[in-house]
Design a protein around this ligand. Structure first.
Ligand code: ADP
Length: 453
């Protein structure tokens, strides 16, 4: 986009005969040089001029040619050449014979200026060219006026020189292109090699991971098998032990019976010892059997709506007998209404009894308290005692089979109660957690979903 022409043209000339084409070409180049176009652009606009001039001479017999400088809206100056045909263009249109011509200049169009149709082309003057002030334009005109057009032969020689230079440039560009292509191919080869290496490394890693997983699966299967055989072993052994142990207890009772032959005091003491040891053994066997059953998944919870109040009443009653220590109080709080949840009453009762029993066993002063609270969709049962507490590093261990905290707190038992309780809670879809610190008592919390598992 350029403004309408203002002021005098830089140069004017007529196109009437073949010879004029050379002159227009030569003068066009000179004008371009004077206004500061670079060498390549000078050749471009001169070539476009001579092509368009040849076309117009052939189509309408000639044109009046003028050169101008315009200030463009882009803040840059443009060299403009107008070729006003001497006769109307057919259909008022102009298409250069060679389609490449329009690429040599920035614009090439047919315009009508003040009723006169002109073929117009323009090329932008580089930013570093001197600003064409009116004084400079006057100088340009004077300079162009001084140089006389040379002969067609001269122009041909110049044109040949330009052609050779253009050819040279094309050749060097082609060489540069070849070098670039080679570099590109080299880079491609590098990238491809890197890609292959990465792919290989990835595959290698994948193979490693797959092997690792296979090993892991195998180990898990072995572990499962080991755990199953342990449960089976425990179940079988305990089952097989139950009958003889029960028999020992029965026989002991017979021996001590007043209807039997009287025993010496020492014999009676020993029989008593046999009976109580056998009773301990039976307790252990029963607990082992329970745990084995829970672990092998042979316990199926009997789901039902459970009212907690009677269950708590029952616990209060049965455990009172165990709370025999004078300085320890058993408190079973009344559960807040609606004290109902869907679970297995017997299993829940076993778990809470177990926890309360532990509390009473290990607490020497203070109280053991059972508290139930509902929060959102869970019931939380807390067994809180003021006993010796458990060191944090043992919180996991006490849920392991047969583990008992060594030291002063040992008061008998098998070390199977907590693992069994946790198993049962899991079967009921809940969790059994512990918070405790030595000297500050312990809180075991059973959390169960209100609607069952
Ligand atoms: P057991 O009570 O038969 O020894 P458990 O599995 O019920 O076995 O408990 C494991 C161990 O955890 C106990 O031996 C005891 O050392 C510790 N423990 C359990 N409950 C409490 C508690 N309320 N206060 C202090 N220690 C406890």
């Amino acid at each position: 986009m350029t403004e309408e022409p203002a002021g005098l043209p830089l140069l004017q000339m007529a196109l009437r005969v073949e010879q004029d084409i050379f002159v227009i070409r030569q003068r066009g180049r000179e004008v371009a040089a004077v206004v500061g176009l670079e060498h390549q652009d000078q050749v471009r606009i001169a070539t476009a001029l001579s092509e368009v001039a040849r076309d117009l001479l052939r189509m309408v017999g000639g044109a009046d040619v003028s050169f101008h400088i315009d200030a463009g809206v882009d803040g840059r100056f443009h060299l403009r050449a107008d070729l006003a045909p001497v006769a109307p263009l057919p259909d008022g249109r102009f298409e250069p014979q060679s389609g490449a011509v329009s690429r040599l200049v920035d614009t090439l169009s047919v315009s009508t200026v003040q009723g006169v149709t002109v073929v117009r082309m323009s090329r932008r003057v580089p930013a570093n060219a001197p600003t064409p002030t009116p004084e400079r334009l006057a100088e340009f005109r004077a300079e162009l006026g001084r140089t006389a057009p040379s002969s067609a032969l001269d122009e041909l020689t110049v044109q040949n020189g330009q052609l050779i230079a253009a050819l040279d440039e094309v050749r060097s560009q082609r060489d540069e292109l070849a070098v670039l292509n080679e570099e590109l191919a080299e880079t491609n080869r590098g990238v491809l090699a890197l890609y292959n290496q990465l792919t290989e490394e990835l595959e290698e890693t994948n193979r490693g991971v797959v092997a690792l997983y296979a090993e892991l699966d195998e180990k898990s299967a072995q572990l499962r098998a080991a755990s199953e055989s342990k449960s089976r072993f425990l179940a079988n052994v305990s089952h097989e032990l139950r009958a003889p142990v029960t028999a020992i207890i029965g026989l002991g009772r017979l021996l001590a019976d007043s209807a039997s032959d009287p025993l010496t005091t020492e014999q009676a003491r020993q029989v008593d010892l046999i009976r109580s040891s056998a009773a301990d053994l039976l307790g252990l066997v029963n607990e082992l059997l329970d745990l084995a059953k829970a672990e092998s998944g042979r316990i199926e919870p009997d789901w039902a709506e459970v009212d907690l109040r009677p269950l708590f009443g029952q616990l209060r009653g049965t455990l009172r007998a165990l709370a025999t220590r004078p300085g320890v109080e058993l408190v079973v709080e009344e559960p807040p209404a609606p004290a109902v949840l869907r679970t297995d009453e017997v299993l829940l009762g076993q778990v809470l009894r177990n926890l309360l029993h532990n509390g009473l066993k290990f607490t020497e002063r203070g109280e053991v308290r059972l508290r139930a609270r509902q929060s959102d969709d869970r019931w939380n049962f807390s067994v809180i005692d003021t006993g010796p507490g458990i060191a944090p590093e043992l919180h996991d261990r006490i849920f392991e089979e047969f583990y008992q905290v060594p030291g002063a707190t040992r008061v008998g038992g098998t070390g199977l109660g907590l693992p069994y309780a946790r198993r049962l809670v899991m079967l009921l879809g809940g969790t059994l957690e512990l918070t405790s610190e030595p000297g500050r008592g312990s809180t075991f919390t059973v959390s169960l979903p209100v609607g069952g598992a």
